[in-house]
Design a protein around this ligand. Structure first.
Ligand code: G3H
Ligand code: ZN
Length: 286
C-alpha cells in the first residue's frame, strides 16, 4: 500500500535499520525498485526529484504509474512516494495535491529563520493531508539534477540549530548535512558522526542520510546506530544501469530494440537495490 514515511521511519528507527529511498527516473526504475522491495519484503521509498518528475510527465503521471504497478504486482510491502529536495512551497503543494504521500522541503540554502518559516508552512499543509515532511539543514555537497552545491558552499549542520528547526516545525524526519555528498565521493566520505549523535539526542526524530552512493558499510551501520532511519540512493543505480547497458551495446552492436538493453539495465537496478536493502537491514521487515 501507498503510505507516508512517518510510521515506516519511526518503526525503522526503533528497530535499528534504515529504509532506502531509491530515486525513480523512469518506468524501469519504478518496476525494478517495487520488484526488489516485494522480493526482499522490505518497506521502500520512491524518491522523485522535480527534474525526474518533469522528465516523466509530471507528479500525476508518477503517482498513476506507481499505483498501477503496485496493483499489477499485488504489492504488499509499504511504499512511499516522496518528493526529493522540493524547492518551494508551491512545488510541495503540487506534489501533495497530485497524491504524493510524502515531501521534502529543501530550504537549506536559506538563513535559519527563513528555512524554519518555509518548512513550517509546508508541514502545516502536508499534515492536513496526512503527508509526511522531511527538512534539511546545512548544505549537502555535489550535484543532483538542478541542485548544485560546490565544495566551498557545502556546510555541516549545527546541532543546536537542528534542534530548533525540528522543534519549531514539527517535521517527521530530518536531514542534517554532515559531510555526505550527492554523486560519487572524491576519496572516502568524512561524515560528522559526533554531530549526528548530538542531533539524534536533541531532536529524537528519524534522521536521513543523503548521498548514499559510495558510503562504506561500516559508516552506514554507524549512521543507523545513531538514529539514521532513511538513506537516499540515486547515483549508484544510475551507474549500474548504465554500465550494464554499455556492456549489452558493446557485445551486440546491431541491437536496436530498446527492450533488449533497457531490460538488462532494469535487472541491474533491481540487484543494486536488493543489495542496499540488505545493507540497510530493511529486508524481511515488512
Ligand atoms: O536525494 C537523493 C540522494 O541524496 C541521492 O544521493 O545520488 O549520491 O546516491 P546519491
Ligand atoms: Zn539528496
Amino acid at each position: 500500500p501507498l503510505v507516508s514515511m512517518k510510521e515506516m521511519l519511526n518503526i525503522a528507527k526503533e528497530n535499528q535499520y534504515a529504509v532506502g529511498q531509491f530515486n525513480v527516473n523512469n518506468l524501469e526504475y519504478a518496476q525494478a525498485i517495487l520488484e526488489a522491495a516485494e522480493e526482499e519484503k522490505s518497506p521502500v521509498i520512491l524518491g522523485v526529484s522535480e527534474g525526474a518528475a518533469r522528465y516523466m510527465g509530471g507528479f500525476k503521471v508518477v503517482v498513476t504509474m506507481v499505483n498501477a504497478l503496485m496493483e499489477e504486482y499485488g504489492t504488499t510491502v509499504p511504499v512511499a512516494i516522496h518528493l526529493d529536495h522540493g524547492s518551494s512551497f508551491e512545488k510541495c503543494a503540487e506534489a501533495i495535491h497530485a497524491g504524493f504521500p510524502s515531501v521534502m522541503i529543501d530550504s537549506s540554502h536559506l538563513p535559519l529563520e527563513e528555512n524554519i518559516a518555509l518548512t513550517k508552512k509546508v508541514v502545516e499543509l502536508a499534515h492536513i493531508h496526512g503527508v509526511s515532511v522531511e527538512a534539511e539543514l546545512g548544505r549537502i555537497g555535489g550535484q543532483e539534477d538542478d541542485l548544485v552545491v560546490d565544495d566551498a558552499e557545502a556546510m555541516y549542520a549545527i546541532p543546536a540549530e537542528c534542534d530548533q528547526l525540528v522543534r519549531e516545525t514539527n517535521v517527521d524526519c530530518f536531514a542534517p548535512a554532515l559531510g555526505s555528498v550527492h554523486g560519487p565521493y572524491k576519496g572516502e566520505p568524512n561524515l560528522g558522526f559526533e554531530q549526528m549523535e548530538e542531533v539524534m539526542k536533541l531532536t529524537g526524530v528519524p534522521l536521513v542520510l543523503h548521498g548514499g552512493t559510495g558510503i562504506p558499510l561500516k559508516d552506514i551501520q554507524r549512521a543507523i546506530s545513531l538514529g539514521t532511519a532513511k538513506i537516499n540512493v540515486n547515483t549508484e543505480n544510475q551507474i549500474m544501469q548504465t554500465k550494464k547497458i554499455r556492456e549489452v551495446l558493446a557485445v551486440d552492436t546491431e541491437v536496436y530494440d530498446p527492450r533488449k538493453y533497457m531490460g538488462p539495465g532494469r535487472e541491474a537496478i533491481k540487484e543494486t537495490v536488493i543489495g542496499k536493502m540488505r545493507e540497510f537491514g530493511s529486508s524481511q521487515k515488512a
